[in-house]
Structures are given as structure tokens and as C-alpha cells.
Design a protein around this ligand. Sequence first.
Ligand SMILES: Cc1cc2nc3c(=O)[nH]c(=O)nc-3n(C[C@H](O)[C@H](O)[C@H](O)COP(=O)(O)OP(=O)(O)OC[C@H]3O[C@@H](n4cnc5c(N)ncnc54)[C@H](O)[C@@H]3O)c2cc1C
Length: 372
Amino acid sequence: MAPTSKPLDALVIGAGPAGIGTALALSAVDDLLVGVVDRGQIGQTFLDWPTKQTFLTPSFTGNGFGATDLNAVHPRTSPAFSLGADYLTGPQYAKYLRSVVKHFQVPVLSDTEVTAVEAAGDGFTVATSRGPVSARTVVWAGGEFSDRPDARLSGIGLADHSATPEAWEPRSGRVIVIGGYESGIDIACHHVEHGARVTVVDAGSPWDAGSGSDPSFRLAPRSRMRLDAAAATGRLTLTTAHASSIKRDGAEWIASLDNGTRIRADSRPIAATGFGPGLGPVSELFTLRRDGWPELDDDDQSTITPGLFLSGPAMRHGALKFCFIYKFRQRFAHVARVIGEAQGKDCSGLEEWRTAGMLTDDLSCCGVECAC
Ligand SMILES: Cc1cc2nc3c(=O)[nH]c(=O)nc-3n(C[C@H](O)[C@H](O)[C@H](O)COP(=O)(O)OP(=O)(O)OC[C@H]3O[C@@H](n4cnc5c(N)ncnc54)[C@H](O)[C@@H]3O)c2cc1C
């Protein structure tokens, strides 16, 4: 994206899958002036992933039969096809995003941090590290990765968050992982596979199968298989309890649990305690739901700042969570159409997204459970 003094029709903040995907859909609307900015590079979060971290949603080129690759952000692309891999690493996915940007000529300005967003008249003034940008609408796609809220336990500063490289470095002896959903099980299995004895602590025991089929609420099949293999070594313990504090005791670390037990470890505990909504400079422009996630209208727009949209894993509608790419991508074309129609543009180019199964307008159809 070249710096422009002309107001953009839509400015997308963040060049991860949510930002690039939304920009691609906006580009399918006739005659919209669109730009994307990122404080780092295209796919920066994936470049920052710990090197052992891989996707848990597999890629597979089912596009020709209407089953678009789960990790694709455009109907005519497939990371499995372009990279020849199924469980992608972070750098592989960043490479896919770069190739999509290049192929579809998405206007992205890298190394451009957004520091403030202000509603001004019928649009926005956006302060960036390269100077101000004016835009009629803004899509926040800044992701969750840098928002690591402190878990409700004292001594959390003695733990390594699971998203940091330190948490993945080899550990011997006893390891404690606090949090037992995908990130916790992933890193616990990683350390068991490398010979450590690992205790995972989570009051909600998310490793239990549960009753629903939504992967936002139950472990992915590959995680379950890895969990079974780790349990078979005898070096994995799953504990249903809430960790209330972490303390240092000489060469050991002690986690106290609310069931009265204390667990000792030979290295800093690992906090796999998740991510926040990551709203950064737009946090004042959204109200939050009681559960802390941003309040959105039916079009993924802020309820207090018209023209400001959210794209990405922080999106919630009722009980629905959009925390995987295959989920939040269903809204790229919807948001693009809302923005395009408000500006009187021809949005027929978005039909390709619907045909490919990448457009969900009616969210009531998302709660279907699998019969078997
Ligand atoms: C460890 C982990 C594993 C995951 N595994 C999967 C998986 O297997 N499958 C799946 O579908 N989903 C997975 N997810 C969920 C989700 O797909 C990812 O979090 C994904 O990165 C979200 O995409 P995004 O574009 O919203 O955010 P990001 O990829 O984080 O992109 C946000 C971009 O915004 C930029 N940015 C942020 N703030 C600013 C600012 N102020 N100014 C300018 N730029 C800014 C950042 O530099 C970044 O490039 C995983 C998430 C995590 C954390």
C-alpha cells in the first residue's frame, strides 16, 4: 500500500489471516479503495510462533469439491497445495499469506504500527508510525497473540507463557503446565515426548471428551491422539483443580492448588492460560460483554462506533466462538458486503465466496452437532 492522502474506503489493521482475508473480500467489491497496515511483516504472528508450534487444523486441498482448505483465506487458494504440507508451521503459513498477497496484489504497508484510532465525522483518523491515515471504515484484525492476560493466580510472573519460545525449550525432570486446553495439551505432550514428567492442571478438565462436536469446546482429534500417546508413557498426569499460586523454593517451583495439594517442578511452570481479545488502540471503541469479549452487532461492527468492524478470533456471537480460521473467515465476505453496500458499490464479486462455502450470513446454522 502506498501512502495516500485520499481517504480509504476501508483500512484493515493487521496482516494476519483475518486482515488479509478481509482485504481480499473487500477487493472483490467493485471500486473500493482498500489498504492494510501491519506493525510487523505479513503473517508476523506466525513468524513469532515458537518454532515447535504447528497448526492443529490440517490443510487439505478439497477446494474443487466445495470443501475449501480449512486454513485458506481465499476460495481459490490452499496452503496444502502451495506448501505441500498438512500440519503447517508458523513460517510456512506466513509464506502462504505472502504468496496470497503477491498473487492478488493486496495493498499491504508493513512496519506501520497503528497507535490510535479516532472516529471523525463520517469516518476515522488513524494515527500510525508513518503518519495519519483517513478512512471511511476501519476493520480491526490485530489478533490475540500479544494479549496475554495475567491468570488469576499469584506468582504468575514466575511462569513462562506457552506462546513464548522459553516454554518450548527442553526441560528435564518435573514440569507443571497450568491450563489444559489445546495450548496446554500441545506443550505438555511436547515435553513428555522429550522425556519430562508433566502435570497438567485445569479446573475445567478440558481434556475430557465433553458432549458437543465444536472444536472450540473439545480437543482436536490430533491433540487427543497425542494425549493418549503421552499418557501411555506414564509420564503425564492430568489434575482437575485450580492453581492458586506459584512460589519459588530453592531450585524448585511449587504450584499450590485449590484442592490443598502442592506440586513441585524442576523448571518454571508453563502458563497455557490463553489470550485476551487484543483490541490494542481500538479498545475504547468497543464495549465488552460480561465475559470480556467485544460486543458486536449482527454485522461484526462495534455497537458504539459505527464503521468499526472486528475480524478474527476475538469474535463472539452469543455462545458462538470464531477462534479458528475456518470459522472467522466465514465473515470476511459478509463484512465486505456491508461496507460495499453502504457505499453503493457492486458486491456481486463476493458470490464466489458463497459458492466456495466461505460466507455465512445466518449464524443460526452454526450450532449444528454431528450425529456420530
Ligand atoms: C498458539 C496458537 C495456535 C493456533 N492454532 C490455530 C490452528 O491450528 N488453526 C486455526 O484455525 N487457528 C489457530 N489459532 C487461532 C488463530 O487462527 C490465530 O490466532 C490467528 O493468528 C488469528 O489471525 P489474526 O489475523 O486475527 O491475528 P494475527 O495472525 O495475530 O495477525 C494480527 C496482525 O496484526 C498486527 N498488529 C497488531 N496490533 C497492531 C497495531 N497496533 N498496528 C498495526 N498492526 C498491528 C500484528 O503484527 C499481526 O501481524 C491459533 C492461535 C494460537 C495463539
